[in-house]
Each structure stands twice: as C-alpha cells, then as structure tokens.
Design a protein around this ligand. Structure first.
Ligand SMILES: C[S@@+](CC[C@H](N)C(=O)[O-])C[C@H]1O[C@@H](n2cnc3c(N)ncnc32)[C@H](O)[C@@H]1O
Length: 400
C-alpha cells in the first residue's frame, strides 16, 4: 500500500490487485425505508438493492456482535476473486476472519488507517480472474503462455539469469543436477519446460544432444537465438508439453525437467505418460524441483496453502522472481497447481518408471522465494525454519 497515486489513476486495489467495488456501508441510527433485520448480527440493513451507487445503510442494535469500528465508521466493500489469496499475500490487517454469512459467500473485514474494509468472495465468481473476464475466452495454459512470454523478456535481461556470463561459458546448471545426472556425453536428452534454453544449452555443452520444449513463444525464440549465437546445436520446440505428441516423434536416453516446472501442469498422470512415451528402453527420467512443502508457505512463511493438489491457484502476475521484475502489462494471469511428493512418485510409477532415488534438500539453489537467507555459496535456507524443512527434491527413475 505504498504506491503514490496520481489524480487520474485508480486506487491500487482496483487497478493492480483487481478488486471490484461492491458497496459502501454507512452506519446510521435513523430508521430507514425497507430495512431488513439480520438476527444473527443484530442489525438492520437497507438501500443496497436499489442504490445505483451501492450505498448500504446499517442500523445496529446496542448488543450487535459487530466490531465497534464497523458500527461507527463507514466501510467500503470490494469483491475479490480469492479471499484466501488476498489475505495471504497483501499484508492486510484482518479484524474479522473469513466467514460465510450466507451460502456461496465468504467475507472478511480488514482495517486500514482506521477505516474498516470488507472483502467479499462469491463462490460462483471464483473462476473469474481478478482483472477482467478474459478467462472465459482463454484456458489456463493460454494464460500461462501469455504471462511466460512477458516474463521471459525480463528474465533474459536479468542478472538472476546472468546471460552474459553464460555466453562466456559459465554453466547455468547447479551442482545437484550435474552430480546426480552423471556423465551425459553422447546422450539424447529431452528437456521439458526448457524456458529460454540456458539449461538445455548447458546440457549440450556437456556433450548431450538436446531437444527443449516450452509453451512460451518468447522462450523458444530466445533459446533458438542463444543456440545460434553460441554455435551450440540444440533443437527447440514451442509446444504445450501435453501436445508434444503432435510435433515430436523420437525417443531419448534421458527426459529432464527442473526448478519450477511441474507447478504449471494440472495432470501429473498425463505428464508421466508423456515422459514414459519419450524414453528409450532403459531410459532415465531425472527431475529436480522445489519442494511441495515450500509451496505451502505464504509470504510471511506461514503454512497457508494445502500440501496436496487442490483447485487451480490463480494469481495476477505483478512481478517475477528476478530482480528486473516489474510487469507493465497488468492483465497477466498465472495458473498453477501444487503437487505432493506422493502424487509425483505415484504418477511416475503408474507409467512404468522405477524410482532409483528420491532426495530432499534443506536449501534452495536459487534466491527465488521470499524469506531465504544464504548459508554458503548458492545455498539458500528458510530464514524462519533454517535447515529443518525441505526446500527442494530430486528424483531419478528408470523405465522398466
Ligand atoms: C520457471 S520456468 C522453468 C525453470 C527452468 N529451470 C529455468 O530455466 O528457469 C517454467 C517454464 O515452464 C514453461 N511452461 C509452463 N507451462 C507449460 C506447459 N504446459 N508446457 C510447456 N511449457 C510450459 C514456461 O513457459 C516456463 O518457461
């Protein structure tokens, strides 16, 4: 809430966070026309259904259980798409915890500068994105394709990805995957969700013959440019990995995926079938990923999200995890899914993969989440939990 607002601009909550004005609730001690009594809250409400400006009058009984602030100071109410998300991510002071005043509705009250603010979530509108109703025309993957196009441009120019050092020969791979993959010289590798190709080209530098697949047009364009400029052969294909069968018809020694990939996929059984389809007999699948326990935490390092796969998690993309991260396009939406370890392992096993190892690490190799603290070069621990919780895991599996 620190942004300086210019006269012609909308309030940040409407402009950036996608909240929609719903009503203005004004306490009164006058008896108003057409009042409706709500016995559970001991107050009379009126005006909302007929006011073209959404003005709602509230007249409280002396023993109404409502917070005294709400009884004395007018409140503005906003409709939000995902109440839990807003409360977890916006650093708001909650004065009334989320509760369902009626079927299909959840509300919470927050306080800002002495003013109560109501947030309302309507069950039927939950699939509507916060910014507008483009969701009706675009599916989840189209949203992710669009947002990753925008992010890739920022990433390619960021010191987080450090493309300059990469061009001079520095690998973008980390010690974990280098050690756990072992010698890949001469191996054919399919890299799923390759982003703009740095890891794919780093695998090629180690002597592998590589194909990278990604849904983002910009990622594939930049990856191809990098491979051409560096004269390191690699094939890049733009495709949703779920549609890859339409464009790729070969098999590989290794299928590889890493860091922030499977959270963009809704169906891991389908994903594992694709992995299995593209492996040669005795082929290897290798992945290294952020741990599902990490995805449970909100920006205050509190357990907030479910460990298990739940509904698709939509966010308005405001910034990326790199330092050059401000997004100018305010209409971008990310849709993600969290996957538990058992979901990952069981999907692989169901597609005839035998697990060779599953390792868990108490650190991140990237400073790409909030509240991490460096503990040794390139090892980022949770500031709050230290080395007590896992932040990454890796799996190697073999096709049987
Ligand atoms: C965080 S990046 C992958 C991380 C990678 N290790 C890197 O180089 O940073 C996630 C990538 O997944 C891609 N992606 C998301 N959903 C996809 C899908 N359904 N099919 C293919 N690629 C997808 C995005 O375009 C993005 O490039």
């Amino acid at each position: 809430m620190n942004k300086i607002r210019l006269e012609h601009e909308l309030a940040e909550s409407i402009d950036k966070w996608g909240w929609k004005y719903h009503h203005l609730g004004i306490p009164t001690d006058k008896i108003m026309p057409n009042e409706r009594y709500l016995p559970q809250f001991k107050f009379y409400v009126s005006g909302f259904s007929t006011s073209p400006f959404g003005i709602e009058w509230m007249r409280f009984e002396p023993d109404s259980p409502f917070d005294k602030l709400i009884q004395t100071v007018p409140h503005i109410a906003f409709e939000v798409q995902d109440l839990d998300f807003e409360l977890a991510n916006r650093d708001l002071k909650v004065i009334v915890e989320p509760n369902p005043p009626a079927d299909g509705i959840r509300v919470a009250m927050i306080e800002h500068n002495g003013v109560p603010i109501e947030l309302i979530e309507f069950e039927n509108n939950k699939e509507m994105p916060a910014t507008n109703n483009r969701k009706i025309q675009m599916n989840n993957f189209e949203h992710n394709r669009e947002s990753w196009n925008e992010l890739t441009t920022l990433h390619a120019d960021s010191s987080f990805y450090d493309v300059d050092s990469f061009k001079k020969g520095k690998t973008s791979l980390n010690h974990i995957e280098i050690e756990e993959l072992g010698n890949i010289k001469g191996k054919k590798i399919l890299h799923l969700q390759c982003h703009f190709g740095m890891d794919t080209i780093s695998l090629a530098r180690l002597g592998a013959e590589v194909v990278g697949v990604d849904i983002s047009d910009t990622s594939i364009q930049k990856a191809t440019e990098l491979s051409t400029e560096l004269k390191i052969p690699a094939k890049f294909i733009r495709s949703n990995i779920y549609d890859i069968g339409n464009v790729l018809n070969e098999t590989f020694d290794i299928v590889y995926t890493s860091y922030g990939a499977i959270n963009w996929l809704d169906d891991l059984d389908k994903w594992a079938k694709i992995i299995s389809r593209y492996l040669k007999p005795n082929g290897i699948f290798y992945m290294v990923e952020f741990h599902p326990l990490r995805y449970m935490l909100n920006d205050k390092s509190e357990i907030f999200y479910s460990y298990f796969k739940s509904k698709p998690l939509e966010t308005v993309v405001e910034k990326s995890y790199t330092e050059k991260s401000e997004i100018s396009n305010k209409n971008l939406i990310h849709v993600e899914w969290h996957h538990s370890l058992s979901e990952v392992v069981n999907s692989l096993v169901a597609s005839k993969l035998t697990i060779a190892f599953l390792n868990e690490f108490p650190y991140q190799v990237y400073n790409c989440f909030p509240n991490l603290i460096e503990n040794g070069k390139g090892k980022w621990l949770s500031e709050k939990f230290g080395d007590k919780i896992p932040l990454m895991y890796s799996i190697k599996a073999k096709i049987v």
